[in-house]
Design a protein around this ligand. Sequence first.
Ligand SMILES: Nc1ncnc2c1ncn2[C@@H]1O[C@H](COP(=O)(O)OP(=O)(O)O)[C@@H](O)[C@H]1O
Ligand SMILES: [Mg+2]
Length: 352
Amino acid sequence: MLNNNDNVEAAGRYRMLKKLGEGGMGEVWLAEHSSLHALFAVKKAYGEKDGIARRCLRCEAERMKGLNNRHIPYPVDILEEDNSTLLVMEYVEGITLEEYIRKNAPLDEDEALAILRQICGILAYLHSESPQIVYRDIKPSNLMISPDGEIRLLDFGAAVIADGKSVEDAFGTEGYAAPEQLNGGIIRCETDVYSAAAVFSYMLSAADPSRPPFHPVKGKELGRFISRSSIKLIDSCLEEDPDRRPANGGALLELVSGIKPGRERICEQFKGHLYRLFMWMLVAAGCIMLMLRYGGDPRPVLEISVIIMSLAALVWGIIRDEFFDENGFILQRSWNIMITEKKGRGIGEDQS
Ligand SMILES: Nc1ncnc2c1ncn2[C@@H]1O[C@H](COP(=O)(O)OP(=O)(O)O)[C@@H](O)[C@H]1O
Ligand SMILES: [Mg+2]
């Protein structure tokens, strides 16, 4: 591990300022170039002895090198020193999406959709590369959010070329990884689509998929009002069978861009008003029928109407409290979401 005292300089060029974070693969430090005085992020892999981490870091740099997207940090240098390898890259300001969700979840649906749209945009870019790149480890700790809400994707350590063959190493993170990642199946663009939906579900539910029971909350299980389109989207992206999911980041982006929760909310409210109007019309029709039955004498009609209306109000109150939220939206109750404090692990990372 990098130590603040004995590793202040890297290859004589970078001065380590502070640790930015760490993951399954290594530590990342904020560093200043000694002559340019520019800030960079420097990633150093754990476990140098067997060389696996060093190879992974080189692969990561190799994947990043060919990419040109402002939502992905660019690699600057690969340094070899003291039997270790360092990857120098663009420093991304902000906090991880993981920290952001922990502080703010459950997020408003519009905000969660805005974040998902950016993730889809990055995936659409990777999936349209030739050959296609499957990222394989979409999760909030690999995403950064800037103060103005811009999303950046870090950590290309798990990214692979989608060549239609099954991949030997089981990279991914339990809870975010698609079933084919866990079963040693063929890795394809739909694999990233699953993980993006798991992040979306986390933002809306506040239930972290990387904690027991290690699966994302399905759309139908979300215990608050979410537009029907978002519910359908989550459920289609979390299908076990990759053929039933949106095919890639581009297809997902199109679906997400078409979701307008505000409009759906107004439609639902309108339906609620129509329903209430219908109920009152029924009561009015009942009153008129009673009036006709009692030959125009209004007193018994008024008495019976008051009783009927009180009963209707009582029944409506019970139904509303039980099944509707304060805006009149149907509540989707979730009975089976269990969250515990145990932290999830990365698949393929050191499980000890
Ligand atoms: N370019 C960067 N700029 C700023 N912070 C970064 C950068 N790269 C990584 N980090 C921080 O370091 C953490 C771990 O980095 P990551 O590349 O995901 O490592 P690992 O491969 O070990 O998972 C991230 O969650 C983030 O907080
Ligand atoms: Mg990571």
